[in-house]
Design a protein around this ligand. Structure first.
Ligand code: MN3
Length: 203
C-alpha cells in the first residue's frame, strides 16, 4: 500500500513564503487524502498495488476502466506532491548551477527567460493544476502545465521542477493573488535537488 512520505522540513520552514498553516493542511490533509483514496481505490486490485506510481501513471490506458480515473487523480496527486515537497527547502532560492544551469541557458536563452516562461505557465493554469519544467523524450527541457493532478509522466515527460497552483496551496496566505504566491515560491526552491532530478531524468 502507498504511504505518505516524511516531509523533509518543519511546517514553518518555508515561512514567510509559504505559511505554516497552509503547509500543515496541504501535507496532512490534502496529500494524505490522495494516499488514502488511492489505497482505497486499489483495494480490489492487488496486482496493481505492487506497481510503482510511474508504472501506473505512464500506462493509464492499460488500466481497468473502473479504477483508471481514481489512479489518474489520486495516484497523480500522491505522485505530484511526493515530488513537490523536496523541491523546496528553508533558505532555498537563488539560481540553478552546473549542468542544469547550462541546459536552461541553452534551451531558454537565460534563467530569466525560463522564469518568465514558467511564471506564464503557472499563472495561465485555468482552475487547478501544476506548472512544470520537464524533459521530453528527446531529452530537451520544456515548460508545460497539467490540469488537476495529471502527472507529466502520463505524457512521457519527466518532471524536474513543479509548482502546485491549486488554491489549496496558497489561498490562506495569498487569497486570489496567485502571481504573488508564484513570485514568493522562487525563494524556497532547492536547486541542488532540482539538479539531481535533471541528472536522473537524463540518465
Ligand atoms: Mn496540492
Amino acid at each position: 500500500m502507498f504511504t505518505l512520505p516524511k516531509l523533509p522540513y518543519a511546517y514553518d520552514a518555508l515561512e514567510p513564503y509559504i505559511d505554516r498553516m497552509t503547509m500543515e493542511i496541504h501535507y496532512t490533509k490534502h496529500h494524505q487524502g490522495y494516499v488514502d483514496n488511492l489505497n482505497k481505490a486499489l483495494e480490489q486490485y492487488p496486482a496493481l498495488q505492487d506497481k510503482t506510481l510511474v508504472d501506473l501513471l505512464s500506462n493509464l490506458n492499460s488500466l481497468p476502466e473502473a479504477v483508471r480515473t481514481a489512479i489518474r487523480n489520486q495516484g497523480g496527486g500522491h505522485f505530484n506532491h511526493t515530488l513537490f515537497w523536496p523541491m523546496m527547502k528553508k533558505n532555498g532560492g537563488g539560481n540553478p548551477k552546473g549542468s542544469l544551469a547550462e541546459a536552461i541557458n541553452k534551451q531558454f536563452g537565460s534563467f530569466e527567460n525560463f522564469q518568465n516562461s514558467f511564471n506564464t505557465a503557472a499563472k495561465g493554469v485555468f482552475g487547478s493544476g501544476w506548472a512544470w519544467l520537464a524533459m521530453d523524450k528527446q531529452g530537451k527541457l520544456m515548460v508545460t502545465s497539467t490540469h488537476n493532478q495529471d502527472a507529466t509522466v502520463s505524457l512521457a515527460q519527466k518532471p524536474i521542477l513543479g509548482l502546485d497552483v491549486w488554491e489549496h496551496a496558497y489561498y490562506l496566505k495569498y487569497q486570489n493573488k496567485r502571481p504573488d504566491y508564484i513570485s514568493a515560491w522562487w525563494h524556497v526552491i532547492d536547486w541542488d535537488h532540482i539538479e539531481d532530478n535533471f541528472r536522473q531524468a537524463g540518465s
